[in-house]
Design a protein around this ligand. Sequence first.
Ligand SMILES: [Zn+2]
Length: 150
Amino acid sequence: MAEIIKKCEPFIVIICCTDGRGDPRKVFGPKDNEAVVQANCGGRVTNDVLRTLHVLDALSNEGVGTVIVAHHTDCGMMNATDDDLRARMKRKWPEKAGKTEGIRFEAFAKDLRQNVRGEMAVVKGDPYSGKREGAGGAWLGGLTGTGEEK
Ligand SMILES: [Zn+2]
C-alpha cells in the first residue's frame, strides 16, 4: 500500500454522493491514481470520512492536499428527513421498529450551496485541515454543470 500511496501524493480527496448518475472522476478530471473518492449517501463529511483523511495523512509524506466536497441537485438525501427515512424503515421491517431510533441518517437541507458550505466547514474545522489549502466545495447541477466555492 505504501508504494501506491507514494505515487498519488499529495492526495486529492473527492467527497461525494453514492448516486450512480454522476462520476466525480469525469466531472473533476483527475487521473485514476490522483484522487481518492469517498462516496456516501449525500456526500456527508462523516466521522469515517475524517478518519480516512487522517489515515491518508498518517500513512504518507504529503498527505491530503485538496479536499473537494461535491453535492448534486436532485439528491435523495435532500428530499427526505431523518424522520421520513426512519418511518420507511419501520414500514419495511416493523418487527425492528424500535431499533431505528438511534440511527442517524443525516438527511440535510434542500439548499445545495448551504449543504456544501456546511460540509466544507466540517473539513476546515478539522484540526489537520490547515495544510489543506486546496479545499473547496462544488455543487453539481443535474450532475453535469458545476459551480464552485472556496
Ligand atoms: Zn445524492
